[in-house]
Design a protein around this ligand. Structure first.
Ligand code: C5P
Ligand code: MG
Length: 168
């Protein structure tokens, strides 16, 4: 009998305020910028949205439940470490768990991100154990409507085997 795969979607969002003389890190890549995110952690909205998207794919809640900012151990936690911990959690829940692809949007008025797209794609692909072609990155301005913020939303498609699908 054919072993049918089970596909599930995940979706996450994040936003942070921008302030002068703060680092701007997106997808684990440091972007030269006059402003960056106001956050306890590295303020990487793209990796935070990704971690939430991954958790939501198996209906496992959100990163605030696992990494509460009020917990000193989670304060200033590296976003790549959060994504890795989330992947471990998903693999424990569903050992056949695999990411098919992800589609991310970053909304930021300045600076332009186009010249960092490949570096961000490669960095995120390596973090997730994927080929860069499975990491889609779209950049948008807010058309001046939200100049003081950076936002990100991420959709993921994941695959599990039916036997371990928590939805069954
Ligand atoms: O938002 P808008 O449609 O005006 O974006 C126009 C172009 O600017 C898009 O091609 C996008 O890739 C690029 N962009 C960028 N960096 C940003 C925002 C938009 O490279 N921070
Ligand atoms: Mg436009």
């Amino acid at each position: 009998m054919a072993r049918l795969e089970s596909f599930r979607i995940g979706y996450g969002e994040d936003a942070h305020a921008l302030l002068e003389n703060r680092p701007l890190i997106l997808g684990g890549v440091s972007i030269p910028s006059l402003h960056g995110t106001l956050a306890h952690s590295d303020g990487d909205v793209l990796l935070h949205a990704l971690a939430d998207a991954l958790l939501s794919s198996l209906a496992l809640g959100d990163i605030g439940q696992y990494f509460p900012p009020s917990d000193p151990a989670c304060k200033d936690m590296d976003s790549a470490a959060i994504v890795k911990r989330v992947l471990d959690l998903l693999r424990r829940q569903a050992p056949d768990f695999a990411i098919v692809n992800l589609a991310a949007v970053v909304t930021l008025d300045a600076p332009k991100l186009g010249s960092y797209r490949t570096a961000m794609q490669e960095h995120m692909a390596e973090l997730l154990g994927l080929e860069p072609a499975r990491v889609g990155l779209t950049f948008k301005t807010s058309e001046g409507l939200s100049p003081g913020h950076v936002r990100s939303s991420v959709s993921v498609l994941v695959r599990t085997s039916p036997g371990v699908d928590p939805g069954r």
